[in-house]
Design a protein around this ligand. Structure first.
Ligand code: DGL
Length: 307
């Protein structure tokens, strides 16, 4: 059990920001990461469709005998966390609750902003999660779907440090410029007086410097990666399932998209070479969920799917 991998997935490269933090906190734990790049973005899709993807990839990870699954995607978490927790035999963690917790702890004026994909914002997952932790905190959510494309495209076009993603590229490939797009999205949030902003999409930490410039220095920026990594560590520790060795673990990566491109771009986001990336065919994934799983997914209402 202890030598089994931690399974992690996202619609693409964004979840590697979470994987990177888990690898930093738990260097002896092997990770198995699947980026569903062929179907990225998840954000504009119907939540019922994303829920099916969660079942497919969760089944794929379970077949690989992972000891815990992290849905390193806010849209996937909003759509399918509770179903995945009921379906799979290993613990399943999402990224919404950890981000909500960090925001509730950080806010002093009890006004929290959330930016995410259309799916995440529509689901109300952050409002539910924050309210469950502190009913006195008000959440203001804005969908910022173009940020996902900007990250994916920016990584393809800019070979510099990922932390500086927009420093070189924003004027080159984004029309209007990133800052104009960001101001359109974020100015209404600024006017609500939030003192804390949750990056409710795992792609957004790559834009955090630029987002922070637009929001201003008084707004704390929260990324759920650190909180999620802490929760993974705590869950494994309590279950006596932490890897016992001291040596740095080796990780495995897979994608439904182009493995060579995923290796190249993903290594930059992960902060270390990914090594050869396995190609997973969509046919394989779609064949995995059992008819019972799909029936249960179809029967779920949006209300029940929220975290
Ligand atoms: N990284 C995913 C998230 O956290 C979303 C990107 C997408 O739209 O696929 O929501």
């Amino acid at each position: 059990m202890e030598s089994a991998a931690i399974g992690i997935f996202d619609s693409g490269l964004g979840g590697l920001t979470v994987a990177r933090e888990i690898a930093r906190v738990l260097p002896s734990e092997p990770l198995l990461y699947l980026g569903d790049t062929a179907r990225c973005p998840y954000g504009p899709r119907d939540l019922a469709e994303v829920r099916r993807f969660v079942l497919e990839i969760g089944s794929w990870l379970e077949n690989r005998h992972v000891k815990l699954i992290v849905i390193a995607c806010n849209t996937g978490t909003a759509a399918g966390l509770s179903l995945a927790q009921r379906t799979f035999s290993v613990p399943v963690l999402g990224v919404v609750e950890p981000g909500a917790r960090a925001a509730v702890q950080a806010t002093t004026n009890r006004r929290v902003g959330v930016i995410g994909t259309e799916g995440t914002v529509r689901s109300g997952a952050y409002s539910h999660a924050v309210r469950a932790l502190d009913a006195g905190v008000t959440v203001f959510s804005v969908a910022t779907p173009r940020f996902v494309d900007i990250v994916e495209e920016g990584l393809r076009r800019d070979s510099g440090r990922v932390e500086d993603l927009l420093a070189h590229t924003s004027e080159v490939f984004i029309r209007p410029s990133f800052y104009e797009i960001a101001r359109d999205y974020l100015d209404p949030l600024k006017r609500t007086g939030v003192d804390t902003l949750v990056l409710g999409c795992t792609h957004f930490p790559l834009l955090s410097t630029a987002i922070s410039q637009v929001m201003g220095p008084s707004v704390k920026i929260i990324s759920s990666a650190e909180e999620t990594a802490r929760e993974v560590a705590e869950t494994l520790r309590r279950r006596d399932a932490l890897a016992t060795g001291q040596r740095a673990a080796s990780h495995s990566f897979a994608t439904t998209g182009d493995p060579a491109e995923f290796e190249l771009l993903g290594s930059r986001v992960f902060g270390a070479p990914l090594g050869p990336v396995e190609k997973v065919e969509l046919d394989e994934l779609t064949s995995l969920p059992s008819p019972e799983m799909l029936r249960e997914a179809a029967a779920m209402t949006e209300e029940r799917s929220c975290v």
